[in-house]
Design a protein. Structure first.
Length: 624
């Protein structure tokens, strides 16, 4: 038996006394705050012990105790993370910006209000309603006819391409929200908070489409968002509920439309983590066969909504996916065909088919991003590189097959943005542009690829201009990105291919560049972040147009010098995108790198934006 020095014995005695004092304080705090010590980990420390504990024993005991302190909160389901003890609600709210956060009632106020509600008899309905209004933020819901109009705007103008919630489920949420406003007892339940958050977020999103005299969003949009935030903590406390995920995805949708309200990257990441925790990313034959069709369809909706958000961000910003496609095994949403007797259900079925078309092309874009833009240290048996020559023929055939099927189904997509030919043409040509434009695998495209990317870029510019004129731009910064990349592809093709310049009339090319510039300028009035893209493109476009209309060799040489000067100026605005040495060797490197390396514009300047729709003479009054 090892001996312990007097100094160590005194130190152990002091520590023992301190532990005893802390335990006494803990016992005084009450049984709710005390922790049960397990016998196998308990170590008795006493100055008069026959055998004093060694320093190693003391270290082991302290390590075990601290480990329990860190890990014990995870026994509660609302905590989010392996060992952080951070709730999902706290994680999400940290990524959200609320300008005027409401002051929640204290616990004492809540208990007093709850006791008052439970004690009041039925005859005191008026007093009960007043108490519930004070206790719950679910006040000032819009008149029901206004709510119905906003729901129609939500489904027909902004959100058909995000299958977060079906129309029938949203109607149920509205019924629950208005019931909570009338019934104080119902207003205190978790289901009421869920319905209120869902309803308020849908109102806030739909109001982003409503025209306002100030040329901005109606102020009710942020008011509805703030009202939803008052209840979101309660909803997100139940992390095992798909309804919590649905509210989180609606929050993602609002932040995508209003980037100043939070970090879309962080909120989408939380949604991806939650959807995996719920096991929505993988289906087995047994699970599909034993599950209620409505529940299965709802789970698929939530998974693919999260997938679309993740791919939208990762492809645009050039970041790794939240989950690789190889780890996903989920069927497409398929509504129950036995419930298609009502017109609203028939609309849901048609919109569901449109969702599936969008999901399928997003999967193909994800595949293109993986093959062309993923960074590999090298090919191996476990992670082989794709055979580019065979793969590009296959993916091109699948894209064409998708487009043919979509054209045959387009007539059934009314009323929604899916009925617009310009919308699907833009989606299709953007996928072609991602496939054929210069990329890390093929930094110097063949003539065939140059022609394909040039034609896709010209068609994409035309489609986006048509969408903008028809007030059908949903998320402005996404379309600014697509438009900017299309314009750069046109410029790149004109400068790099003499054959392409011979096939494309100069007048047509100039018209395309001017259309791209004017649309970028119009979008910059809605979203401030587009101003940088607009200015950069105007400089490059101006130099290119001057070059196209020159007639002498000397003027052509001057135009090229001016264009390269604009390229170098643009490169200096991109933080650490390229080295000056590379630019000095070849200024066109900036146009041949992966994704043109312009995602920094969108990564750093997602400020504010939106498009609006005429209110169709609906009186919103001052309900918010």
């Amino acid at each position: 038996m090892s001996t312990v020095s007097p100094e160590k014995t005194e130190e152990v005695a002091n520590l023992t006394e301190e532990i005893g004092r802390l335990r006494a304080l803990n016992d005084q705090a009450g049984p709710d705050n005390s922790r049960q010590e397990s016998p196998q980990h308990e170590l008795v420390l006493a100055p008069h012990a026959e055998v004093a504990p060694t320093p190693t024993d003391l270290q082991d005991w302290m390590t075990t105790s601290l480990g329990r302190v860190v890990c014990e909160p995870l026994n509660q389901p609302q905590f989010f993370g392996v060992s952080s003890g951070i709730t999902l609600a706290r994680l999400v709210l940290a990524a959200i910006r609320i300008d005027n956060p409401p002051a929640p009632p204290s616990s004492e106020q809540q208990q007093r209000q709850q006791a008052l509600v439970e004690a009041l008899p039925g005859a005191h309905a008026a007093a009960t309603a007043a108490t519930a209004a004070a206790a719950s933020p679910a006040t000032n819901l819009p008149p029901r006819n206004v709510a119905e109009h906003l729901v129609r705007v939500y489904f027909e103008y902004r959100t058909p391409h995000l299958p977060i919630v079906s129309r029938s489920r949203l109607e149920q949420a509205l019924d629950g929200a208005y019931l909570a406003e009338r019934d104080p007892q119902a207003a205190l339940s978790w289901e009421a908070s869920r319905d209120l958050v869902t309803s308020y977020l849908v109102f806030a999103i739909a109001l982003c489409d409503i025209h306002h005299p100030s040329r901005g969003r109606p102020p009710q949009s942020e008011d509805c968002f703030d009202s939803a935030m008052r209840e979101v903590n309660k909803v997100l406390s139940c992390t095992k509920s798909p309804d919590a995920l649905r509210c989180l995805l609606l929050l993602c949708q609002y932040v995508a439309l209003c980037p100043t309200k939070g970090s879309l990257w962080l909120v989408t990441g939380a949604a991806m983590r939650l959807v995996v925790d719920l096991g929505l990313h993988w289906e087995t034959e047994g699970s599909k066969g034993n599950m209620d069709p409505d529940l299965l369809d709802d789970r698929r909706r939530l998974w693919w909504s999260t997938y679309l958000f993740d791919r939208m961000l990762c492809i645009t910003l050039g970041r790794p996916f939240g989950m690789a496609d190889q780890g996903i095994n989920v069927g497409l949403p398929t509504p129950d065909t036995t419930k298609l007797s009502r017109s609203s259900d028939d609309q849901d079925a048609n919109i569901c088919r449109a969702h599936n078309f969008l999901i399928r092309i997003t999967q193909m874009e994800s595949e293109i991003k993986h093959v062309l833009y993923s960074q590999f240290r090298g090919s191996s048996l476990a992670y082989p590189r794709a055979n580019y020559a065979l793969w590009i023929v296959d993916i091109r055939a699948r894209l064409q097959e998708w487009y043919n099927e979509e054209q045959q189904s387009r007539d059934s997509f009314t009323p929604s943005v899916f009925s617009s030919q310009a919308y699907w043409d833009a989606v299709y040509n953007n996928a072609l542009l991602l496939l054929y434009r210069p990329n890390p695998i093929s930094p110097q495209p063949s003539q065939e690829a140059l022609h394909a990317s040039f034609n896709a870029a010209c068609k994409l510019i035309t489609s986006i201009r048509t969408l903008h004129r028809g007030r059908k731009i949903d998320i402005p910064w996404i379309w600014v990105h697509h438009l900017f990349m299309a314009g750069l592809t046109v410029i790149y093709g004109l400068w790099q291919s003499e054959e392409l310049r011979g096939l494309a009339e100069a007048r047509s090319s100039i018209s395309t560049l001017q259309a791209c510039g004017s649309t970028l300028s119009a979008l910059s009035e809605r979203w401030d972040g587009a101003a940088g893209c607009r200015d950069a493109f105007e400089n490059l476009s101006s130099a290119t147009i001057d070059w196209l209309i020159t007639s002498s060799a000397e003027e052509t040489r001057k135009s090229r010098v001016e264009f390269e000067k604009q390229l170098r100026g643009l490169q200096r605005e991109l933080p650490t995108a390229f080295s000056d040495e590379v630019m000095e060797d070849d200024p066109f490197t900036i146009l041949t790198a992966g994704n043109f390396a312009f995602q920094s514009y969108f990564d750093e300047t997602l400020n504010s934006g939106g498009d609006w729709l005429a209110s169709q003479d609906v009186d919103f009054g001052d309900w918010c």
